[in-house]
Write a protein that binds this ligand. Structure first.
Ligand SMILES: [Mn+2]
Length: 397
């Protein structure tokens, strides 16, 4: 029973211009996840490793970075675990492709013609692992954009393989870096396939790359999956962080494909809402958030509800104080200040009339969903109440 490890979208060498001084850290995190994926392949004794595009973030990487990736692949070579790589969109097979500039197989120490490291190209579209009973099929274009669906050529190759003597019983595994067409969402992309094409591909399993979140599905009798990125490439990709172990087996004469996601990424995501009424002060909130401190955590915290008029909160300042404690911190204050109790002021006083009139206008804007205007009116009401109560407390600066 052949057992595969499927990964994609490692994006080694990503620049992360938006991360500033943390960019190098994030590159290292991605490399570490790649290394853990290789370790997992060895620990799980898989028979074959598939890398479905965007192993590198771009076609221009320094030699030392390519060599460093090849050192990881050499660990597979030493244990005679073959690996098949397809170029993606970031590292596409254009004339200046990284896969033309460097011989990954040689760098990884694979003997020539050993099939231990195979990079699929526009001329290398099939590799047969005879003893394993697996044939890997792909269709790579010498440009970022495919002239046609890669499944046209893959289907033809699958039909041929099924008809050929020694390979007729092989499991057929396709590798594609591209999008599955979805009306209204993915109609345009560099490489597009349809679920109908997958259903009629003749494959047992289609390994996909390009979408950075894990997704599995079935079209006709064909299992397919996106492994997602081993580590998020951008800090909003909360479906990333794993590779897939794929088992191909026959049960009662039927071929069964099972897909098991296994975590290799470290990044964790947490979204939380804090009730403004429970926030006593900025210092108290800082202490509360500090308890969650974790360099692998992307924390998205939002303060909601109603807060006391005594609370003086500067979320930008607080974010600056705490951001070193997290991989990334996003802090937002969507709470509103508590209004004075209208019933406390007799209706025939100025305070009573002001409160009643403003509350009606605030309610009106909130009902219509104009939160900004409602917040302005709340501030104005609080200021008015303070002026009537004790004008010396108010400084209009
Ligand atoms: Mn990608």
């Amino acid at each position: 029973m052949p057992r595969l490890l499927h990964m994609a979208d490692v994006h080694l060498g990503a620049r992360h211009d938006d991360l500033g001084p943390k960019a190098a850290d994030q590159r290292e995190r991605q490399f570490a996840a790649f290394a853990r994926a290789i370790d997992l392949a060895l620990a799980e004794k898989v028979d074959l490793v598939l890398i479905c595009g965007d192993l590198f973030d771009s076609n221009s990487q320094p030699r030392r970075s390519v060599e460093r990736a090849a050192v990881e692949l050499s660990k597979l070579v030493k244990r005679h675990v073959p690996v098949v790589v397809v170029p993606g969109t970031h590292d596409c097979y254009e004339p200046g492709s990284i896969y033309r500039a460097f011989d990954l197989a040689e760098l990884a120490g694979a003997p020539p013609d050993s099939n231990l490291v195979t990079v699929m190209t526009d001329v290398r579209q099939q590799v047969d692992f005879g003893p394993l009973g697996v044939s890997v099929l792909s269709r790579v274009f010498p440009a970022k954009r495919a002239a046609e669906s890669p499944l046209i050529a893959i289907r033809a190759a699958a039909e041929k393989a099924r008809g050929e003597g020694p390979r007729a019983g092989n499991y057929l595994v396709g590798m594609i870096h591209g999008s599955i067409a979805q009306p209204g969402r993915f109609e345009q992309d560099e490489v597009i396939v349809t679920t109908d094409e997958i259903a009629h591909s003749g494959l047992d399993y289609l390994a996909l790359g390009h979408v950075h979140s894990f997704r599995e599905g079935r079209a006709g009798g064909v299992a397919f999956a996106y492994s997602g990125a081993p580590e998020p490439v951008a800090l909003d990709q909360d479906g990333a962080g794993q590779v897939l172990l794929v088992n191909l087996e026959e049960r009662d004469g039927k071929r069964v494909v099972t897909i098991e996601p296994r975590p290799v990424g470290k990044t964790r995501f947490k979204k939380m809402e804090l009730d403004g009424a429970t926030v006593a002060s900025q210092a108290a909130l800082a202490a509360q958030l500090r308890e969650l401190a974790d360099p692998d955590l992307v924390l998205d915290a939002r303060i909601v509800g109603v807060h006391s008029s005594e609370l003086d909160l500067n979320v930008d300042e607080l974010t600056r104080q705490l951001e070193g404690s997290f991989l990334r911190l996003r802090l937002r204050d969507a709470s509103v200040v508590a209004l004075p109790d209208g019933a406390a002021a007799p209706p025939d006083t100025i305070l009573g009339a002001l409160t009643r009139d403003f509350r009606a206008r605030i309610d009106d804007h909130e009902t219509r969903g104009d939160a900004d205007r409602a917040a302005e009116l709340r501030e104005a009401l609080l200021l008015g109440v303070a002026l009537l109560d004790d004008p010396t407390r108010v400084t209009l600066a």
